[in-house]
Design a protein around this ligand. Structure first.
Ligand code: GLA
Length: 385
């Protein structure tokens, strides 16, 4: 929806003008999957799809939030914030408000209107975009002293508490700290990062498999527990190791029997994926997009065979992509179990890619896939209106 329409809607809902506009993007992860909660490395980019929030402060503790996309209103009081079972979309704002209070920020209530074009449930982090935009709206309204790293951490805590996914920091961090025309290389242990320029002659194409991904089902949290178990076992051999990030690949190989089949596979993915990110950054700096693209294919195989979070539809999308002219690399992106793939394609071949992969995938699966060409975009923005 256009901003002017949203402003009209805000006035209709709340009988007043909005004071603040906050906007935060979704993301596509290029490399480094399921590494963030292992203290590892990730390389996501923010995309040109975002959540917008219009807001006005109140002098009481009431919060009213209207979803333009669901045409629903939800209300709560800051004095007792609880998760909502009916308007579940409102839980992101509830979680963020709760975290702001717990972290000692002085806030009052507000009227909020939210709307976005990040596809929901597709693995493009619509929820992180919503949380970061909500935090930024509060920050702008109440002039809170909070930098974008803290904003990301607080948004992550909101997701964990109120949505029940033990997610890592990647999604909220990139939504808060991305820069246009770059991807963000993040060390998830100490949160140092660099915005690395991307080639303009390469298209980033996201294919949504139309397989809905339920992130808060137990599979994600399960993988996380498995990784922690593997790190604990390996810690006996590598006493300083706090997480899988600290284990060399050889260490995983040498302890295969001790780990057992499943934990070995999980650890192998995480450790090798971290290596791929570090290698990828080096390669990208040298401008070798073909070798970088190969790392995406390798990442997909590892996610499929070792981490076991792919699905037949995502595998098919990668297979179809690999046969296209101008293809550099392709893999599932995000948590997996459905959602999207990301493909890097030489720009001159992007149109051909879209018209080849989509119909063939839909024909073979009976699904309605969607394809988005994404521009690497900047992170959260907020302004007074
Ligand atoms: C989800 C989580 C992230 C990350 C990815 C997998 O998007 O929110 O923290 O763990 O899955 O890489």
């Amino acid at each position: 929806m256009e901003l002017s329409e949203l402003i009209t809607l805000f006035k209709e809902q709340f009988n007043r003008d909005p004071q603040v506009l906050a906007e935060a993007p979704g993301r596509v992860n290029l490399l480094g999957e399921h590494t963030d909660y292992n203290d590892g490395f990730v390389f996501p980019a923010a995309i040109d799809r975002s959540m917008k929030i219009l807001a006005s402060s109140r002098d009481d503790n009431d919060v009213r939030v209207y979803s333009a996309d669901f045409s629903q209103l939800s209300s709560f009081s800051l004095s007792s914030i609880e998760a909502c079972r009916s308007e579940t979309w409102s839980n992101y704002l509830r979680g963020v408000a709760d975290q702001l209070i717990k972290n000692g920020f002085s806030i009052r209530g507000g009227d909020f209107l939210i709307s976005g074009n990040v596809p929901v449930g597709a693995g493009l982090s619509s929820s992180a975009a919503y949380e970061v935009a909500a935090g930024a709206a509060f920050r702008e309204m109440y002039e809170l002293k909070m930098d974008n790293i803290q904003l990301a951490l607080l948004s992550q805590a909101a997701e964990r508490q109120f949505v029940g996914v033990q997610c890592g920091i990647m999604d909220q961090f990139v939504s808060a700290n991305a820069k246009a025309a770059t991807a963000l290389f993040l060390d998830c242990r100490d949160l140092t990062y660099q915005n690395i320029p991307l080639k303009t002659n390469v298209s980033i194409i996201v294919c949504d498999s139309d397989v809905q991904r339920a992130l808060n089902n137990s599979a994600y949290n399960n993988r996380r527990t498995e990784c922690e178990k593997a790190a604990k076992i390996l810690n006996e051999k590598f006493p300083g190791a706090r997480a899988l990030r600290d284990i060399p690949l050889q260490g995983v190989e040498e302890n295969k029997a001790k780990l057992g089949e499943t934990l070995y596979k999980r650890a192998h993915h995480v450790v090798s994926e971290n290596e791929r990110v570090l290698m990828g950054i080096d390669i990208l700096r040298k401008g070798d997009m073909h070798t970088f693209g190969n790392l995406l294919f390798e990442s997909h195989s590892s996610l499929k065979n070792s981490f076991e979070v792919s699905c037949p539809e995502l595998d098919l999308l990668v297979e179809l992509a690999s046969g296209c002219s101008g293809i550099l690399g392709s893999r599932m992106t995000g948590a997996g179990f459905g959602g999207c793939t990301v493909s890097l394609v030489e720009s001159g071949h992007a149109e051909n890619f879209k018209t080849t992969v989509q119909p063939e995938y839909d024909r073979r699966t009976g699904k309605n896939s969607r394809i988005y060409e994404c521009m690497p975009s900047s992170g959260v923005k907020a302004q007074k209106l």
